[in-house]
Design a protein around this ligand. Structure first.
Ligand SMILES: [Zn+2]
Length: 484
């Protein structure tokens, strides 16, 4: 019986959930494409483990990676080669991949993956070793938290352990984020920001009746952007502003080109550099979006660097903001290992020029099939095509973490990018928190409007679960009416 069969046949209860996750992850983690014929795997006796690193040789130049975990049936980590000298993207014959999350005294199950082109790969059979070492020290993590629809990212700094929150989903997602924080022992934030004022980003920070993350976990600093439209319809934003004043939270307004070297408020960790790529309406952009302002292009876009490893998180910045960033920064300064795909994977963001400049090795899409009436792959196919063309591996918050596998609306995940500043890996965790579940009627609404204008409608929608609270709890009738 294959792992997949075993997983499907035992799809009952908690243990089965783990089996299915593991089976599908095993099928898809190297690439969404089928295994490539002719890829010659290293013989098992040529693979060695030294400390936390797996080493092997291939006869042909290839890209390598390693899947591993504490359970033979649940290889929930994918580790990549070092970022220095672009080893992680290079086709080489001598391979070394460091595993950052091993446990001392525990058996680690792993398999080596080999890609000889950008279109597919093969894995060796699962092997194991007993680790003499514990987890690598000084690891920075950035977790995309499952909240239903929208963005929520929790960052943990490598040397001082401080936490930063970037977005927190819809108002109702405050409950999901808080459950996640409780599960993971996070009780305070050094910094917090909403990339932009749309309710699927700023909503959970605010919550209902001010019961959001800003109130339960008031940060030392709240980051804001200048040059944004804060007109009458931006009720959530003005509510956040008044909460910041009431809670005595310091506020820092970010501008493009700000860095952690020049702005004390961005000094999250002595070893982490932060650069503001975009914040508020770009200077050279005349807003012409559907809202007359194009709030998405106001998104705060941050480039975060730790050692050799860099990543970008930038809310819903669309192609206009991307063009502005490409004009403002040198291409070499924009290359990253990890890219949080902007605007939920829709094709009006992640232009070919943007993707080809960032050249991420891994990309996360903060989305679920239930946000798209089951057709997540269709909704984001243009963007995933651009990412796959450069050999990026795509992870989504969903029942199946990798693009290209069959989907249901069942198990959801939190997905973490972790790095020690040299190597990096992706960790997939079954989400323990509940999250707002969008019903088909809302998904139809969303699908009918490329800008998701009616995502949080003020009129009735039969079958909407939870979303009706938006219309009853948001004080002004115009609140959050045109958001996504
Ligand atoms: Zn959004």
């Amino acid at each position: 019986m294959t792992l997949l069969e075993r997983g499907i046949r035992s799809f009952i209860g908690r243990a089965a959930v783990v089996s299915v996750t593991a089976a599908l992850l095993l099928l898809g983690a190297c690439s969404s494409k089928a295994p490539v014929e002719g890829v010659i795997l290293p013989p098992s006796d040529s693979i060695s483990v030294v400390d936390r690193s797996v080493l092997w040789h291939t006869d042909e130049p290839a890209r390598g990676l390693v899947r591993y975990g504490l359970d033979r049936g649940h290889l929930d980590h994918v580790a990549y080669p070092a970022a220095a000298a672009r080893e992680d993207r290079s086709f080489v014959k001598e391979h070394r991949v460091t595993l950052l999350d091993v446990q001392a005294g525990r058996t680690i199950y792993y398999q080596v993956g080999v890609e000889t082109s950008l279109s597919g790969c093969r894995f060796t059979a699962i092997d194991s070793f007993v680790s003499q070492l514990g987890p690598a020290p000084g690891v920075l993590t950035s977790t995309m938290v499952h909240i239903g629809f929208g963005d929520a990212h929790v960052l943990t700094m490598p040397t001082n352990g401080r936490h930063v929150l970037i977005d927190a989903g819809t108002r109702e997602a405050a409950v999901s984020v808080r459950q996640y924080l409780l599960e993971h022992g996070i009780d305070a934030f050094s910094g917090m920001l909403a990339t932009h004022v749309h309710i699927d980003h700023i909503g959970g920070i605010l919550g209902y009746d001010r019961g959001g993350i800003l109130a339960s976990h008031p940060p030392s600093i709240f980051y804001d952007s200048a040059r944004k439209d804060v007109g009458s319809e931006k009720y959530a934003y003005s509510e956040v502003q008044s909460m910041i004043a009431e809670e005595n939270v310091d506020e820092a307004v970010l501008h493009r080109f700000d860095t952690s070297s020049s702005v004390a408020a961005l000094q999250w960790d002595p070893e982490v550099e932060v650069t503001v790529l975009n914040s508020g309406t770009p200077d050279d952009y005349v807003p012409d979006g559907y809202e007359g302002t194009d709030i998405n292009n106001e998104s705060i876009v941050l480039l975060i660097a730790y050692g050799d490893v860099r990543f970008v998180i930038g809310g819903d910045a669309e192609q206009e903001a991307e063009a502005s960033m490409l004009a403002a920064f040198a291409p070499a300064d924009l290359e990253v290992q990890y890219y949080k795909v902007q605007h939920h994977g829709l094709s009006d963001a992640s232009s070919t020029a943007w993707v080809n400049t960032l050249r991420p090795r891994v990309a996360f899409i903060p989305n679920t099939a239930w946000s798209w009436d089951g057709d997540l792959d269709g909704a984001i196919s243009q963007t995933t095509g651009r990412l796959e063309a450069i050999g990026a591996q795509i992870y989504v918050i969903d029942d199946v973490p990798m693009i290209g596998e069959p989907r249901s609306m069942g198990i959801q995940h939190n997905i973490t990018f972790a790095t020690d500043g040299v190597s990096y890996e992706v960790r997939v965790e079954t989400a323990q928190q509940t999250a707002p579940h969008k019903m088909a009627s809302t998904a139809s609404c969303v699908r009918g409007d490329p800008d998701l204008q009616n995502l949080f409608p003020l009129h009735d929608h039969e079958g909407d679960s939870g979303l009706d609270r938006v219309k009853t709890d948001s004080p002004p009738p115009t609140a959050d009416s045109s958001q996504e």
